[in-house]
Design a protein around this ligand. Sequence first.
Ligand code: HEM
Length: 134
Amino acid sequence: MISFDLDTIRILLHLLGVAVWLGGQIVLAALVPVLRSIGEDAPRLAARRFGQVAWPFFALVVVTGFWNVAEVDPGSVSAGYNAVLGIKLLLVAISGVAAFVHTATDNKMVRGITGGGGAVAAFGAFLCGVMMVS
Ligand code: HEM
């Protein structure tokens, strides 16, 4: 049945956070060559501004994620569901830590690995989330 209730708002906010955190990383990565052509500092400035927007949305994903967990009846889910949720939480942690190290480091190689790895981990969490509801 189609309805608009608290569950709608919970999932809406969870996916809004995902859209900005993961979608924003993909768009920012795509813009880097253009930003480089504008100026040496442009990618760094754009990334810093993106971070100011993205971190609150990451917090939104985590808060609504725990809200999701609280709404799921533990008796109604399979061991597979719990395993995918566990993998997802690990990937979320990797995504957050990698993004933090990515912005904090001065080492170019570490920046590259944590930038790419963090985005892949966020995508993996996205896949796990979809698997949990399909
Ligand atoms: C980058 C981080 C995350 C991504 C990309 C992500 C992605 C998703 C997606 C795509 C869904 C499916 C929503 C739907 O169509 O109903 C989902 C659901 C869910 N997420 Fe996340 N999520 C993230 C973080 C978290 C965290 C941190 C938690 C737990 C603390 C969590 C717990 C859940 C649960 C339990 C559901 C199932 C909700 C239900 O069955 O109603 N998620 N997530």
